[in-house]
Design a protein around this ligand. Structure first.
Ligand code: GTP
Ligand code: MG
Length: 379
């Protein structure tokens, strides 16, 4: 009932058992020097557009973002199609020309394999798809490439429809729900949060935001400006504060204000930075303990344009904080939309949201049927 993104409800019980051990953790404990060094590295290595922005610049940036734009003329499906146009024009048009060949032969399979790998579908999934196509040809005695194309599309759809998911995203629940949003620098966490806050507020939910990115200069202001613009309160401390302490305050505030959805922003971090990943676990533990494990979900935001690297990120984030769902942003910026298939099939993580542009309506629930249709149907 509480699931917005969850992949597996049974896990909660396990977590409840473990959480008691952490009860005495001091959420305000100082970070170790080692941790700070790591953070310094993170600061220097991240390509962060907002890093040196002045307050006015952050404000102008958020104000000019068109996520509240009221342009429903294209409709959701039109937006999806438009957002996937790079992938359509590249990957899909190649695939379609492969299946326009006159014969089903080794060349066809080879070209298909190459194209799938180039589109970030992932090696294992590509091999599975090729094997499946060969099996279909044999079993169904398919001779026409065009007919095989239909099987191919059906197979992609089958991979994307995961049977352990509840679709669509929940809009109905009782009491507080906490969504922790994690990911590497610049993946689109804060923008995704703003879009979700906007959406759930439109749905009549009382939303509260927590400025858990206490690390990057300007991040707190950025969220506050969003809060202002959306008319949503933001719980924040000063830059450099313990992120877990902010999360703690935010959960208390959410409880006392009868909030339906608390969304916690977190600092971008590389999945390879152990200390920062530990910090994330700490935030997660504090939130679970204060809000109740069953009320917390973790959304991993991945930038689709980072390709295979996004898969590595997902794997390590999942090991660290147990990801419930993935938001795959910036699909409009890549010709390699096959990454959606890889996240689903290689990692077994449910893609719950996709970002196909900057506006609010461009953060869409991921619907496999629509996705496949938007990819493969001609104008
Ligand atoms: N084209 C496109 N741009 C997007 C999408 N989602 C986010 N962006 C842009 O990506 C940039 C980074 O987004 P943020 O939300 O600030 O990313 P973040 O993960 O919070 O970054 P840090 O706070 O630096 O870790 C912004 O310019 C967003 O407008 C999308 O689906 N499509
Ligand atoms: Mg951010």
């Amino acid at each position: 009932m509480f699931n917005i993104f969850k992949k597996n409800k049974d896990k909660d019980e396990e977590k409840n058992d473990n959480i008691n051990e952490d009860k005495n953790e001091d959420i305000n404990s100082e970070d170790s020097d080692e941790n700070k060094n790591e953070e310094e590295k993170n600061k220097n290595s991240g390509e962060e557009e907002n890093q040196d922005m002045t307050e006015e610049e952050v404000e102008a940036d958020v104000e000019s973002a068109d996520i509240l734009e009221d342009d429903s003329s294209k409709g959701f499906f039109g937006r999806l199609k438009a957002g996937l146009s790079k992938t359509r024009n590249n990957f899909v048009s190649k695939i379609s020309s492969i299946f326009s060949r006159t014969n089903i032969d080794d060349d066809l399979y080879e070209e298909l394999e190459e194209t799938l790998i180039q589109a970030d579908v992932g090696v294992r999934t590509t091999m599975e798809l090729i094997d499946k196509m060969k099996a279909e040809v044999e079993e169904k005695e398919i001779t026409e490439p065009e007919e095989l194309y239909k099987s191919f599309q059906a197979e992609i759809k089958r991979i994307l429809i995961a049977d352990d998911e509840e679709l669509p995203l929940a809009t109905d629940w009782e009491g507080l729900k906490v969504l922790m949003v994690v990911g590497v620098n610049g993946a689109g966490k804060t923008t995704t949060i703003a879009k979700l806050a906007n959406r759930y507020q439109d749905n009549g939910k009382k939303v509260l935001l927590a400025a858990g990115d206490t690390f990057r200069a300007g991040a707190i202001d950025q969220l506050k400006v969003w809060g202002n613009r959306l008319g949503v309160d933001v719980i924040a401390q000063s830059e450099g504060a313990d992120a877990a302490a902010v999360a703690y305050d935010a959960v208390q505030a959410a409880k006392s204000r009868d909030v339906d959805l608390l969304i916690i922003d977190t600092a971008g971090r590389l999945h390879t930075q152990k200390n920062l990943m530990d910090e994330l676990q700490k935030v997660r533990r504090v939130v679970g303990r204060e809000a109740g494990e069953e009320r917390v979900e973790t959304l991993l935001v991945l930038d689709a344009t980072t390709g295979q690297n996004a898969l590595n990120q997902a794997d390590l984030f999942n090991k660290s904080v147990d990801v419930d769902g993935v938001a795959l942003t910036k699909l409009d910026g890549t010709a390699r939309g096959g990454i959606v298939i890889a996240v689903r099939n290689e990692l077994g993580l449910p893609v719950r949201l996709i970002g196909v542009g900057e506006a609010a309506d461009d953060l869409q629930d991921f619907k496999p049927e629509d996705f496949v249709e938007a990819l493969f149907t001609d104008e």
